[in-house]
Design a protein. Structure first.
Length: 555
C-alpha cells in the first residue's frame, strides 16, 4: 500500500526552480572536453527524486544522486486531509518534468553553442528513459496481461474486468495467438500477472509458450487460467506442467441432482454449494449462496503438497461427454471432480485453474439460482463474490504474510548477545504481519506457529505465544555448546510461506563460571578433610608424645 503524502509538501518540493537546472561551468585548460551540463532533478530506479550532479569525463552524469522524497507528511498529528498517493504524485511530477526539461534543453542549446546538438539529444533521451522507468517503478504491481481468443469476451465478462480496473489494475488485452506476444521487454517482465481467457487456443503466439509461462511463474508471476469443454492444447500443456490435468476434449462436469433450471437438458449447468469449497476464507471469502459452473472437470494428484483444491463437485457429480453413453468409468467421479484448483509454488507464486470460463461471465454473476431437483431458490449466485476473492488471492492482495521483526536476548537483558552460554534463559520474539484486501498490514494471529532450536537436528520445538503484536517464547538453552539456529518455518494453506532463521552461538562455561563446591561431592570433601585431620593428629601424637624412661632395677 502506498504511503499518503501531503499535497502541499509535493507542491513545495516539486516546484521547478531555475537554479536546479544550471550547474557551474567546469572548464580546465588541459581538459577541453569538459562541458557545462545542467544539474537537474530526476528520479532514480527506486522512485526517489534526487538531484544529479554535473558530469565529468569518464563518469556517468546520471550516476550521482542525493536527497530523497520518501518521507510522509510532517504536518502536526501526521495527518493531512489533502493527501495524494506517492505513485500518483510522483508520476504526475515526472510528466511535468519531461515537458519542462525539453523546453530547457532547447533554450540552453540556443544560448550555449559549445554544447553539441548530439550531446543534448543523448542527454534528453537518457533523461526521458530514466523518467519513464521511474514512473513504472512508482506504480504498484498492477500490470496485467489478458489473453483472449475473441473480442466478445471483453463484453461478456465486463463486470469481471471492471472489478480489476476499479482496483487500479492496468489491463492489456491481446489475442492469445498474436504474433507479437511477449511477456518481456528489454529482458525484464512487462507484466506482474497474466489472465488466460482463451480456452480453445491450440498454440500461443509470439514468444509465449509453456516454457515462457513456467519461467514467468518461477520468477514470481501469478496466472489465472480459465478452460472449457473445447480445451486447446496450449492451456492443457501448461496445466500439465503445473500438475493439473483437464479431462478429455468435449467432456463436461455433469450432476443430475444439482443443476440449475436454466440448464439446456444436459445437466451441465451445475450448482456448487459452499460446502463443496475449501474452508479457507482468505481464498473463497466464505460465500453463502451457490456458485454456477459449466465446464470441464479437473483431476489432481492428492499427494502433491503444492496443489490446493479450492472447489469440487458434489458426491453425485462426474465428468463425461454428454453426447456419449457412459460405457467406461469416468475420469473423475464425485468429490474427486475438481472445479477450481490452485498451485502455490515454493516461491509463493500462484496459478489458478478453473474449467469454466463462464463462471466469470456477467450472466453467471447476476443470475439467480434455482435447483431444478429440490426447487431451492436463491436471489443471486455467489459467482461475483467467489471470483472476486479468488482473484484477490491469486494476485496476492490477500493471504500474504511477512516477517516484520526478529529479536532475541537473555531474560535479564534487552540487547542480543554475540554468543550465549549453555543453560542461559533467552527470550525469542518474531512479529508476523498479514496484508488485507485493502493493502494494509496488521497482526497475524495464530496458535500453531512453532520455533525450533536446530543444530543439525532440532533440540527444542515449541509453540510461540501471541503477545503485544508479536510472538514470544522463553526457553532455556540446552547443556550443549555449538552453533544453533532459531528457525520459524510456517506453511499454511492459503498463505505465503514464512521462513526465518537466526544463527546464534552457544559456548560452554569458562573456568570462572563453574561452581566451587558440588553438593553431591560433600561426602568426598568430608572424607578428605577427615583424612587430613587424622594425619595431623597422628603426626602430633607421634612427634610430641614420648614414652617414659624405664626405672632402674634395684638389687
Amino acid at each position: 500500500m502506498s504511503k499518503n503524502y501531503c499535497a502541499e509538501q509535493f507542491e513545495d518540493a516539486f516546484t521547478p526552480k531555475l537554479s536546479n537546472y544550471y550547474g557551474p561551468t567546469k572548464r580546465l585548460p588541459d581538459h577541453p572536453r569538459w562541458r557545462k551540463v545542467p544539474t537537474r532533478i530526476i528520479a532514480n530506479d527506486r522512485g526517489h527524486l534526487a538531484e544529479a550532479q554535473d558530469c565529468v569525463p569518464g563518469r556517468n552524469p546520471f550516476g550521482h544522486y542525493h536527497g530523497s522524497w520518501d518521507e510522509p507528511c510532517h504536518h502536526p498529528g501526521n495527518h493531512c486531509e489533502n493527501t495524494i498517493s506517492r505513485s500518483a504524485a510522483g508520476i504526475a511530477y515526472l510528466k511535468i518534468q519531461k515537458e519542462l526539461y525539453a523546453a530547457r534543453v532547447e533554450e540552453l542549446q540556443s544560448k550555449h553553442d559549445f554544447i553539441s546538438k548530439r550531446e543534448y539529444q543523448w542527454l534528453l533521451g537518457a533523461n526521458f528513459l530514466l523518467l519513464s522507468n521511474s514512473a513504472e517503478g512508482l506504480a504498484d504491481n498492477k500490470d496485467v496481461l489478458v489473453l483472449i481468443e475473441n473480442i466478445i469476451i471483453r463484453d461478456t465478462h465486463s463486470q469481471f474486468f471492471k472489478s480489476l480496473t476499479d482496483r487500479n489494475y492496468q489491463l492489456t488485452f491481446k489475442y492469445a495467438d498474436d504474433s507479437t506476444l511477449d511477456l518481456k521487454q528489454f529482458g525484464e517482465y512487462s507484466y506482474h500477472h497474466v489472465i488466460i481467457f482463451a480456452p480453445t487456443t491450440t498454440e500461443f503466439g509470439g514468444y509465449v509458450n509453456v516454457k515462457a509461462l513456467t519461467d514467468f511463474v518461477d520468477n514470481g508471476g501469478n496466472v489465472l487460467v480459465a478452460g472449457g469443454p473445447q480445451l486447446g492444447e496450449a492451456v492443457r500443456d501448461f496445466a500439465s506442467e503445473c500438475g493439473v490435468e483437464f479431462d478429455a476434449p468435449n467432456t463436461s462436469v455433469i450432476d443430475h441432482h444439482n443443476f440449475d433450471e436454466m440448464d439446456n437438458g444436459d445437466h451441465t449447468l451445475i450448482i456448487a454449494d459452499p460446502e463443496d469449497a475449501i474452508n479457507v476464507s482468505v481464498i473463497t471469502g466464505g460465500f453463502k449462496n451457490p456458485v454456477l459452473y459449466r465446464g470441464v472437470g479437473i483431476s489432481t494428484d492428492p499427494t502433491n503438497p503444492l496443489l490446493i483444491n479450492i472447489l469440487h463437485g458434489s458426491a453425485k457429480s462426474y465428468s463425461y461427454d454428454t453426447k456419449r453413453i457412459v460405457l467406461q468409468y469416468p475420469t473423475t467421479v464425485g468429490k474427486n471432480t475438481q472445479l477450481v484448483t490452485a498451485l502455490q509454488a515454493r516461491n509463493d507464486a500462484r496459478v489458478v485453474f478453473t474449467g469454466s470460463i463462464e463462471m466469470f461471465s456477467d450472466t453467471f454473476y447476476s443470475s439467480p439460482v434455482v435447483n431444478k431437483v429440490t426447487n431451492k431458490r436463491f436471489e443471486h449466485s455467489s459467482n461475483s463474490e467467489f471470483c472476486d476473492h479468488l482473484l484477490r488471492w491469486t494476485f496476492k492482495e490477500s493471504g500474504v504474510l511477512r516477517v516484520a521483526n526478529v529479536s532475541h536476548h537473555r531474560v535479564d537483558e534487552l540487547i542480543a548477545r554475540h554468543e550465549y552460554t549453555i543453560t542461559d534463559e533467552i527470550i525469542y520474539r518474531i512479529d508476523i504481519a498479514e496484508k488485507d484486501e485493502n493493502g494494509a498490514w496488521h497482526d497475524y494471529v495464530a496458535e500453531d506457529i512453532q520455533l525450533e532450536l536446530v543444530r543439525i537436528d532440532p533440540f527444542i520445538r515449541r509453540n510461540l505465544k501471541f503477545k503485544d503484536h508479536g510472538y514470544e517464547m522463553r526457553m532455556k538453552l540446552p547443556d550443549v555448546y555449538g552453533v544453533f539456529k532459531l528457525v520459524v518455518d510456517y506453511h499454511r494453506i492459503g498463505y505465503t510461506s514464512v521462513f526465518s532463521a537466526t544463527q546464534i552461538s552457544v559456548r560452554p562455561f569458562t573456568h570462572t563460571q563453574y561452581e566451587r563446591f558440588i553438593t553431591s561431592a560433600y561426602p568426598y570433601y568430608a572424607s578428605a578433610i577427615s583424612m587430613m585431620l587424622g594425619v595431623f593428629f597422628f603426626s602430633f601424637v607421634y612427634l610430641y608424645l614420648r614414652e617414659g624412661k624405664p626405672k632402674a632395677k634395684m638389687d
